[in-house]
Design a protein around this ligand. Structure first.
Ligand SMILES: [Zn+2]
Length: 267
């Protein structure tokens, strides 16, 4: 353990800066990153400067988000979709350029994928559920034996159109609606990002509506045949919540200023 860990956890006297290894250890523990068999290399993906004073957050890791993070003076980029997805890649082409950009800027890159969908406080699904005032929430949305989403009840039923409008207000983007279920939305399941495969599970759980991010063609007929409404609010748009909430949590914990780098994909 780094010698600063104890000093910081017992008396957070140096607000506004934190030793990178302490920060990474705190994140790994807070997000419980070892709990998920997620091949996307959750944790510190690129080591940069050993002292972190400023954080940037983004949904994706791209040349643009890395460059913007470096230009903003961030010492660490916190991201939902990192650079590694379970297979070795040569450090060439755009992948190499991304890594080179981070290293040249001495920028740390920390990625939190499934653990940040599933997290009970700052997770994408928890944040959306809170924004929609979902009640009596239960774990929902199986991912490799782990429930990473949430199901619950809206405080009062809304028509499917009113619900889609409510979600649109939340994300700022128009939703794609497949009205396979009853006309009102009351019992809702939420799986951020790519969660269309939860339609069958939603039907089994007696939910009338599934809110997820990205549509997948192979699940089109499921909504109508299982009798579940599906509201697709965008992969990107349903996953801005987690990194922002996590960056805000770091500000609370360590006093680090942060900035969200908004690079919507429209998907
Ligand atoms: Zn995602």
């Amino acid at each position: 353990m780094h010698p600063m860990t104890d000093a910081l956890s017992s008396s957070p006297s140096v607000r506004g800066e934190v030793d990178r290894d302490t920060l990474v250890q705190w994140l790994n523990t807070y997000l419980n990153i070892r709990a998920y068999p997620d091949p996307s290399l959750n944790g510190l993906q690129i080591a940069g400067t050993p002292l972190v004073r400023r954080v940037a957050a983004s949904v994706d890791t791209s040349l643009k988000t890395l460059q913007d993070a470096a230009d903003s003076g961030a010492d660490l980029l916190l991201t939902h979709h990192g650079l590694f997805w379970g297979k070795p890649l040569p450090v060439t082409g755009p992948h190499g350029q991304r890594i080179r950009t981070a290293l040249m800027a001495d920028l740390n890159l920390y990625a939190a994928h499934i653990p940040l969908d599933a997290h009970p406080e700052v997770g994408n699904n928890a944040m959306i559920a809170r924004a929609l005032s979902l009640q009596n929430t239960q774990p929902f949305g199986d991912w490799q034996g782990h429930k990473i989403g949430l199901a619950g009840e809206l405080p009062f039923p809304l028509s499917l159109q009113d619900f889609a409008d409510r979600v649109q207000k939340l994300t700022g983007e128009i939703c794609l609606v497949h009205g396979g279920g009853q006309p009102n939305v009351h019992r809702l399941g939420i799986v951020s990002g790519s969660g269309a495969e939860a339609i069958a599970e939603a039907a089994e759980a007696g939910l009338d509506t599934l809110l997820t991010g990205e549509p997948e063609h192979k699940h089109f007929h499921d909504a109508f045949e299982y009798g579940v409404n599906v509201v697709y609010a965008g992969h990107y748009e349903t996953e801005v919540f987690g990194v922002r909430a996590l960056a805000a949590r770091l500000e609370d914990e360590f006093g680090l200023p942060w900035q969200f780098l908004h690079h919507p994909t429209g998907l």
